[in-house]
Write a protein that binds this ligand. Sequence first.
Ligand code: TRP
Length: 331
Amino acid sequence: MDERKKRIFSGIQPSGELTLGSYMGAIRNWVALQEEYDGLYCIVDEHAITVRQDPALLRRRSVAQLAQYIACGLDPEKNIMFIQSHVPQHAELAWILGCYTQFGELSRMTQFKAKSAQHADNITAGLFTYPVLMAADILLYQADLVPVGEDQRQHVELTRDIAQRFNGLYSNTFTLPEAFIPKMGARIMSLDDPGAKMSKSAPEGCVNLMDPPEVILKKFKRAVTDCETAVKFDKANKPGVSNLLTIYCAATGKTIEAAEAEFAGQGYGVFKSAVGEAVVELLRPIREEAERIMGDKAYLESVYQAGAERARYLANKTLSKVQRKIGFVAR
Ligand code: TRP
């Protein structure tokens, strides 16, 4: 990798489908950034098993997620794309870092509190130490930037604290990463509840990248609007219509003003169909490409194997340094 470029590390949970919201709000930006930064995109199957997974589904989703990212335009030649469990250094460094993390620090993680309430019958040690594995993911590659949603900011802060502590004890070893929340991404809200973010946990109001056209059109036809008739951008008073305008403009590249003019006097039915059609056309090539890639097992395998090899090389540099500094005997 080019040493002068900044490094981005992103961990992707192989749970469920990618959504229109994550495409417009995040993935699209990473594609735009791939010339400027070195990217590492890691399918975090080891994080996924902190809650119970169906084995066949986990395997399928890990590979499908990779195919979908490539279909969105992330180039496996320009980025390192790999599966976490293929790089054993993640688990090894996580063990070590766990010995430099306080029980109290992990107890304060709000995601742990939320998830342990949600899975009250299965609160595992893995769920508790999840942020340490995440710190290992990031620190192994000396990542500068970590694109995450607001819910992961606390984990990135903890990663910085662990890195700083280790650097203080053993001299400079880890780059201190920063949470990176790109400004340019559109914030897409749920179609049936424009007060909430579009999310796969509320499937009714959520469009998936792999949804076929008729499903997408149906979801937009049902989208919540208001009891007026004007297609106007007004977030406070017309959140549903404003969200649809945002989606329409993100899909077509038009400005809000142009879109408002286009639908002046047309009523919501026509407007909602047009937004649905625009999204269908935006997603069609992505879905088709993802399906094509999913059918090409040999290609996919070559991508994740080559990715893991490059990742292991980089990860090993950091891990060996850490092992030497803390007093492990050289292999
Ligand atoms: N915890 C992240 C999430 O749930 C996924 C993740 C794992 C991650 N390791 C990471 C994100 C490293 C960024 C960097 O979304």
